[in-house]
Design a protein around this ligand. Structure first.
Ligand code: TXA
Ligand code: MG
Length: 344
């Protein structure tokens, strides 16, 4: 199968129409969202959604998110009254927040992996919304990578993973957030975050003061409630270590590792602040300033992929403070590195 890439910024209408036709035919299309690129299929078509699992090599028990373009679509997908969710919907939709509801009967079991709940997201990206509107169905879409690899934040990366396996990639340039949406369960007693993302716990607490992070986010010993969180994720090919502590300790740890491993090709992912304080030489990528978490989040998956292309043996990545968007950044970095901390 030949995989076509359409630059939707140039060919918006024809690109969206072609993609919607493929969705209607039960085929898969990769498309941009504001977080990462998605690998989409008709979310009401069991056979089409099955193809997503095959193409990604995704475990069958990991449910998909349904993407919608208006609230009328939502009402058909859940049996819940929207009273509890309405404050979140008003504050954060469209945007990088996925909400878990009790599902309605029209959703195939393949989408929810047999669960009685369904994850729904209203993306803010114009291309994603136009595609859903044109297809006139909710679009089931996980991130458009082979399972286990870092999520794609541009069309080229989707192509690397999916060339020859799908018909079409809509190229809408780089995504804005670079980490996937926050997954929030509103069917539980306490509003519970299963996956931290662009909409932070601190932001959600303003409308749900009793919102909590699922314990599994904070401790590897807890069993996650969200199936996807138990799998190895976002892993680069290189061995990866997180570098934690104050800036003097981080500088010391990196210098020591570089000195002891001169035979290895080592990639460094550093904040601007640590970069300026140090004089490491070698393969350095600047994540952004510690005060600009959005920039850091948007760079992590891309840098991991670039270091793979540059064939690093080892990646040392500086950690950030685990609050606000830093919670999502550290969640992804801990998974990418299998929680290996330099010096521990
Ligand atoms: O930003 C995003 O959310 C991207 C873009 C493409 O929209 N999508 C994405 O999908 O990250 P995926 O499949 O990579 O992650 C979906 C996560 C998984 O961790 C999955 O286990 C969880 O949502 N999930 C889906 N349905 C669920 C449910 N009913 N209960 C608990 N967790 C659920
Ligand atoms: Mg994913």
């Amino acid at each position: 199968m030949k995989t076509e890439i359409i630059d939707v910024k140039k060919f918006f209408d024809s690109g969206i129409k072609k993609a919607a036709r493929l969705i209607d035919d039960g085929e898969l299309v990769a498309f941009p969202t504001e977080t990462v690129y998605g690998l989409g299929a008709n979310g009401l078509d069991a056979i089409a959604t099955k193809k997503i699992f095959e193409v990604k090599g995704r475990p069958q028990d990991n449910p998909l998110i349904l993407h919608i373009s208006d609230l009328d679509m939502l009402k058909k997908l859940t049996i819940d009254s929207l009273e509890r969710a309405m404050p979140a919907i008003k504050a954060f939709w469209p945007g990088p927040l996925t909400i878990i509801f009790n599902k309605s009967k029209i959703i195939p079991n393949e989408v929810t992996a047999g669960l009685s709940t369904v994850a729904i997201r209203f993306p803010s990206n114009e291309i994603a919304r136009a595609l859903i509107r044109e297809a006139k169905v909710p679009i089931a879409a996980p991130s458009a990578n082979i399972s286990g690899r870092p999520s794609p934040t541009d069309a080229k990366t989707c192509y690397e993973d999916l060339a020859g396996k799908i018909n079409l990639i809509l190229d809408g340039g780089n995504t804005n957030y670079g980490v996937e949406s926050t997954v929030l369960d509103l069917t539980t007693k306490l509003p519970t975050i299963y996956r931290p993302g662009g909409i932070t716990l601190e932001m959600l607490k303003k409308i749900y003061p009793n919102a909590v992070l699922d314990k599994a986010i904070l401790s590897a010993k807890e069993k996650p409630k969200s199936p996807g969180q138990k799998y190895k994720h976002y892993a680069p090919k290189a061995e990866m270590f997180l570098v934690l502590g104050d800036s003097d300790r981080k500088k010391f740890l990196i210098e020591k590792y570089l000195a002891e491993n001169k035979d290895k090709k080592i990639g460094l992912m550093l904040t601007e602040e640590l970069f300026e304080k140090s004089d490491f030489n070698g393969n350095i990528k600047i994540l952004g300033s510690v005060s600009d978490e959005v920039k850091i989040a948007s760079n992590i998956f891309r840098f991991l992929r670039e270091f793979d292309e540059e064939k690093m043996d080892v990646i040392l990545c500086e950690g950030v403070e685990e609050k606000n968007l830093g919670t999502a950044i550290m969640n992804r970095l801990r998974k990418s590195s299998s929680n290996k901390i330099l010096g521990e």
